[in-house]
Structure formats: structure tokens, C-alpha cells
Write a protein that binds this ligand. Structure first.
Ligand SMILES: CC(C)(COP(=O)(O)OP(=O)(O)OC[C@H]1O[C@@H](n2cnc3c(N)ncnc32)[C@H](O)[C@@H]1OP(=O)(O)O)[C@@H](O)C(=O)NCCC(=O)NCCS
Length: 151
């Protein structure tokens, strides 16, 4: 696997990955383009060297001088559980630190047990609950948990 920066020509493949990775509320091409092109954002795309397929992506964006938000992270179901998510998260955290941020923050659906466990294992702690953060329900909930990690 290699990690590289996003290219415009990745959009369709990432949108397809996104729709397979998320049961509820995947970003479409237009939303993904807006996230990747957000001012101050930076990203990594993971490419499986054997198949040439994009296996995952992550985008982060500073929200203050010291805090950076993980806007989106997803790994294709075909490549989950192989350390791709961890490598993406560590790469974006390294870049956050290099850019001078002190804290990484993210929001995750309160019913997304797998992602919550993934973030906990990778050093994130629960800081608050955000009611009705999402538009669509997942298992009857629109609430998010906010998790943070000191870099
Ligand atoms: C959450 C998500 C990004 C995690 O990515 P991932 O690539 O599956 O995560 P990792 O492989 O790095 O870690 C997951 C597990 O694999 C294990 N693992 C790590 N390296 C491994 C390896 N080389 N071989 C096998 N397993 C490995 C980890 O220990 C971890 O163990 P667990 O299953 O007991 O939790 C991914 O599941 C995903 O995209 N989910 C859907 C979208 C989503 O919910 N995104 C987050 C929104 S907030």
C-alpha cells in the first residue's frame, strides 16, 4: 500500500468506495469534491499496490490555530481490518503536528461501534455528545460523539 495526495481523477472511485463503506449518508461526488477542496484542508489517499485500487482516504482541516478536525475517513470494506485506517489516521496526525496543531478532534455516530472502538484504540478519548449532529438516522440516532487526541 502507498499513501499519496488526492487527485481530481480519484473522485469517482472514492465516491464508490464511500457508498460501500457507509450504510447511511455517504458523500456523493459533489460533497467529496467540496471536502477535498475546502480551504486549509489536507488529505491522504491509500492505494493498494497489487490491484491499483484506492483502499481508503482521509481528509482533515484546521478549525482553530491549535485544533484540527478529521473531516472524513473511510476504508473500502474489501480492505478493512488490515491496518489501512490506522496508517491513514497516523499519517494525517503526523501532518497535523507538522503544521503546528496540538489537538486532533473528530465526530463519530454514537451507534458506529466499530469506528468508536477504532478511534479509542488509536488514542482518542470521548469529550462530548452532540445531539442531532447528523441529518440521517443510524439505528434510530442522529447523535454524534466528539472524540479528541492530543498530538
Ligand atoms: C473505521 C475504519 C476507518 C477503520 O479502518 P480499518 O482499515 O478497518 O482499520 P484498521 O485495520 O486500521 O484497524 C481495525 C482493526 O484491524 C486490526 N488490524 C490492524 N492492522 C492489521 C493487520 N495488518 N491485519 C489484520 N488486522 C489488523 C486493528 O487492530 C483493528 O482491530 P479490531 O478489529 O479489533 O478493532 C473503517 O472500518 C471504515 O471505513 N468504516 C466505515 C466508515 C466509517 O465508519 N468511517 C468513520 C466515520 S467517523
Amino acid at each position: 500500500m502507498i499513501l499519496r495526495k488526492f487527485q481530481f481523477s480519484d473522485l469517482e472511485e472514492i465516491a464508490s468506495l464511500e457508498s460501500r463503506a457507509f450504510d447511511v449518508g455517504p458523500y456523493d461526488v459533489r460533497e467529496l469534491q467540496a471536502i477535498f477542496e475546502m480551504e486549509g484542508s489536507f488529505n491522504y489517499v491509500a492505494v493498494d499496490t497489487e490491484s491499483g485500487r484506492i483502499s481508503g482516504y482521509v481528509v482533515a482541516c484546521g478549525i482553530s490555530d491549535s485544533v484540527c478536525d478529521v473531516e472524513s475517513i473511510a476504508v473500502d470494506p474489501d480492505f478493512q481490518g488490515k491496518g489501512v485506517g490506522r496508517d491513514l489516521l497516523f499519517a494525517i496526525e503526523r501532518e497535523m503536528a507538522a503544521r503546528g496543531f496540538a489537538v486532533s478532534v473528530l465526530e463519530v455516530r454514537e451507534k458506529n461501534d466499530k469506528a468508536i472502538s477504532f478511534y479509542s484504540k488509536n488514542g482518542y478519548s470521548l469529550t462530548e455528545s452532540v445531539v442531532n449532529y447528523y441529518r440521517e438516522h443510524l439505528k434510530g440516532s442522529r447523535n454524534a460523539l466528539r472524540m479528541t487526541k492530543r498530538l
